[in-house]
Design a protein around this ligand. Sequence first.
Ligand SMILES: Nc1ncnc2c1ncn2[C@@H]1O[C@H](COP(=O)(O)OP(=O)(O)O)[C@@H](O)[C@H]1O
Ligand SMILES: Nc1ccn([C@H]2C[C@H](O)[C@@H](COP(=O)(O)OP(=O)(O)O)O2)c(=O)n1
Length: 284
Amino acid sequence: MTFRRRLVQAAVALAKPAAASRGSVATTAAAIQHATNSAACTGLPRAQFPWAKVSLGFAAAGLMTVAEPPSAGCTSTAVKADGQAAAPPLPAVKPQDGSVSHKVVFVLGGPGSGKGTQSARLVEEFGLVHLSAGDLLRAHMKSGSPEGQMVADMIKDGKIVPSHVTISLLQQAMDNSGKHKFLIDGFPRNEENRSSFESQTGIQPELVLFFDCPEEVMERRLLGRNEGRTDDNMETIRKRFKVFIESSLPVIQHYEALGKVARINADRSADDIYKEVRRLVVEL
Ligand SMILES: Nc1ncnc2c1ncn2[C@@H]1O[C@H](COP(=O)(O)OP(=O)(O)O)[C@@H](O)[C@H]1O
Ligand SMILES: Nc1ccn([C@H]2C[C@H](O)[C@@H](COP(=O)(O)OP(=O)(O)O)O2)c(=O)n1
């Protein structure tokens, strides 16, 4: 089969509505325009991503230079021996101060969709720094500070913590890591998260992994997670699903419009999902 034909097939597959299952967030997410943008997110025509590698703080201050504009279209996409499309070279973005640029992948999806599970595997294979917004917030709530107590109350109630708290935790963790490739899991969760992060750090994600999973599957997984979390109970789970649909899906739609979202059917075995996920990340 020709590469062009494989590309067309991938685009057609992604254009199909997500899981047809009852109660799936995919049903709500159907508003997301899979057909128009998803072809850019299969890991094949990565050239369509508006790449933006930026240095924390420096882009916002206008201290970046883009050596070449991102290439458009798929014409330069090569095919590797294993049949996967090899991504074209990234446009060079050079911070003027010589600092290393940051690459960020956001991992999004409903509660229990498997973000943490897949992130852990990616970290193991690719050595990215995994930053889980939820884990950082849970650690913060144990600090005993008034802000920590506020975080604890909000998480127990299924609410999204104000952005300034989460972003400061993320930024600290990024700075402390000394690394420059990050997998940020569970963030941004609403428009405030997204716009504040972008304006404060100047970072645009290279890729957004969206784990799309039916609610009944997520519910079953959360109730079986058994990590002693204050929010893994039926009452809070219902609130979290509502928050996901009302606040988090619009963020995914935003990135979808930018051609950055790879929608992944998360109602499969963790192994099957990972096979797809790793192909998307392998070229980053
Ligand atoms: N593909 C999968 N199939 C079955 N169970 C899964 C799968 N992925 C994750 N799980 C389990 O579901 C629960 C929620 O997964 P997790 O990765 O913590 O989700 P999230 O980070 O999106 O909340 C965990 O107990 C995990 O072991
Ligand atoms: N960007 C974020 C991420 C998580 N939180 C809070 C609110 C979420 O319900 C909890 C748990 O998030 P986490 O990503 O760890 O777990 P789930 O995806 O909900 O299973 O943390 C937040 O306020 N802001």
